[in-house]
Design a protein around this ligand. Sequence first.
Ligand SMILES: [Zn+2]
Ligand SMILES: [Zn+2]
Length: 212
Amino acid sequence: MAYFLVSFLWWVFLSSAIVSAGYHRYFAHRAFKANPWYEYLVLLLGPLSGSGPALGWVGVHRLHHNHSDTNKDPHSPKFVTKWKVLTSMFNVPSIPRRVVKDLLRNKRVVWFYKNHKRIRWASLVLFLIVFGYIWTFWLFFMPMVYGYVGYGLLNTYCHTKEKVRNLWWVNILTGGEGWHANHHDDPRNWRIGRRWYEIDMGAWWIWLIKKS
Ligand SMILES: [Zn+2]
Ligand SMILES: [Zn+2]
């Protein structure tokens, strides 16, 4: 149980501070400004969530917003089966350069993209040395499982054939991303939760670290 709790808390941090606040609201939507240390932290820890390097994630996500629920949307339940949406993280489509033009000008993002496989292996070795194999299982492998399940559920259930919707339970694994209808409504807003009861941990992190 202790293993699970620590690993889950680690995932809460990764999903809200790194994926939701970093990959999504910072890099994909430019919703707030931050210092370079935060960019490094996001680029370094992001792949531990199973989401791959930032550049690819942002490309897929921008395609999703640009073409929501059309046949160009990389993961729309309207056009592909639920199973395909659920596993869409394994099939990254090719991304036109113009979609990520701004990030291609960011040397940090490009460096982490080019070296992401090496970084992933180095992180694995480091985890094994520092934490041993049992903790490596819980801190390195399990977060990827939470990520695949969490974002898979988000893409499968927050979009239906008819509409985009908010689902509170999707937040358990995604740090505030479950308020997905709010997000489509106003993608550049760093707050996705709007009402007092819409708990949005990604926004708490942003409030802590954003520049002015
Ligand atoms: Zn969406
Ligand atoms: Zn978005």
